[in-house]
Design a protein. Structure first.
Length: 395
């Protein structure tokens, strides 16, 4: 079951994280602006964010099977529409709306619900890290595949290869959704409704701080996945370096997700999260302050990969620590809406600033500044369990 959830997320996140590789060739071939393609990625972030709480509520209420299968079907449909696009609108609908809705049903919030049911409580954060690491494996594998096919056969052929990979998500979803047969939550949670759980979260100051910091996480990371390949080309580097960076980030994300999941079961998650945000912002500042070279690009990719997806197991772990397991998908889904709002601004705002000013300087300066602020807020987060959870016997 854990393997099925991991494989589904591997394929979904792997393809999604490498859509930035298609930005330049698709824009040039179709005669559209960089900002038009960036708008599609931005719409994807909003669609993902808006639909994630809904997918979480449906998962907590009805289980994961039909949620994940529907998401897989939407993902394939979005890839098909993008591969056959003749203008910006089809890309916005396919890569934007359809894949955005699909991601809410096939990635961290839903897969975390599966992972939390199949492991003992003391290893849940590690299980979240293992599933999150699967998304990094996908990026590591699909980045060189996409770059090779784009270079030899064109961007449309690469998207058709993604369609084939998307079909493999369906049996993975069926395997992972067998976790629906396992219990979730504690006996005392039976009277807890979705509305009550959301109200409890909105009254908890730590949850608010965590959600606000999650906004910055989305802004920084989607800015990089969408615009770093274009930035490197604008600096005179070969386009292949964009794929190298994304592949290295994906590879080191495996260590990041697994490692921070392991650490999260042993040390305060809020301190680990705050340290991640601050370290990531410092790395961004150092990289963009100087012209990129092959060495600095590789070192930056390794550093960012180490600081990337470790956020997901820590956020999931904090939600379980504070509120329990019963509405994990719902509460992480609502927090993820904040993440995706940041993602929209990172993707679209980065493209807008580049088209308007001819450089990404202002974009990365904004990302670094608010990243440092988010890290400090996260370090001081109130992370005590609710009174309801504190009154329940230990699992």
């Amino acid at each position: 079951m854990l393997g099925g959830a991991a494989l589904m997320m591997t394929l979904a996140m792997g393809m999604r994280q490498n859509l930035g590789l298609f930005q330049t060739p698709a824009s040039q071939d179709l005669g559209i602006a960089i900002a038009d393609f960036a708008l599609a990625i931005s719409v994807q972030q909003v669609a993902w964010g808006v639909s994630q709480p809904i997918a979480g509520i449906l998962t907590d209420r009805y289980g994961t099977r039909w949620v994940t299968l529907s998401g897989c079907a939407l993902f394939v449909a979005g890839l098909l529409l993008t591969a056959t696009a003749t203008g910006a609108l089809a890309i916005v609908i396919g890569a934007g709306l359809l894949i955005g809705f699909a991601l809410s049903c096939t990635t961290s919030a839903v897969t975390a619900s599966i992972a939390a049911r199949v492991v003992v409580p003391g290893r849940r954060t590690l299980a979240f890290g293992i599933v999150s690491a699967a998304g990094s494996v996908g990026s590591l594998l699909t980045a060189p595949l996409a770059a090779y096919i784009i270079g030899t056969e064109g961007w449309r052929a690469a998207l058709w290869a993604f369609v084939v990979l998307g079909l493999a998500m369906l049996p993975a979803a069926l395997m992972g959704s067998r976790a629906d047969k396992l219990p979730t939550g504690l006996p005392q949670d039976k009277g807890l409704t979705t509305t009550a759980a959301l109200g409890e979260a909105m009254r908890h100051p730590g949850y608010i701080v965590m959600s606000c910091a999650y906004f910055v996480c989305g802004l920084q990371l989607v800015f990089l996945t969408t615009h770093l390949p274009t930035y490197l080309v604008a600096c005179g580097m070969e386009a292949s370096y964009g794929a190298v960076v994304l592949a290295l980030i994906g590879g080191f994300n495996i260590l990041s997700s697994w490692g921070f999941g392991w650490l999260g079961d042993r040390y305060p998650k809020r301190l680990l999260l705050g340290g991640l945000y601050i370290s990531r912002s410092v790395a961004l500042a150092l990289f963009f302050m100087y012209p990129p070279t092959p060495l600095t690009v590789v070192l930056f990719a390794i550093t960012m990969g180490t600081l990337w997806l470790g956020v997901i197991p820590l956020v999931n772990g904090l939600v379980v620590q504070i509120f329990g397991l019963r509405y994990l998908a719902t509460l992480t889904g609502v927090a993820f809406l904040s993440h995706q709002t940041g993602s929209f601004l990172g993707a679209w705002g980065g493209g807008y600033i580049y088209d308007a000013l001819g450089s990404y300087d202002l974009a990365w300066q904004i990302g670094v500044s608010i990243g440092l602020l988010a890290g400090l807020m996260q370090l001081m987060m109130y992370d005590k369990p609710t009174a309801r959870l504190a009154a329940q016997p230990a699992e």
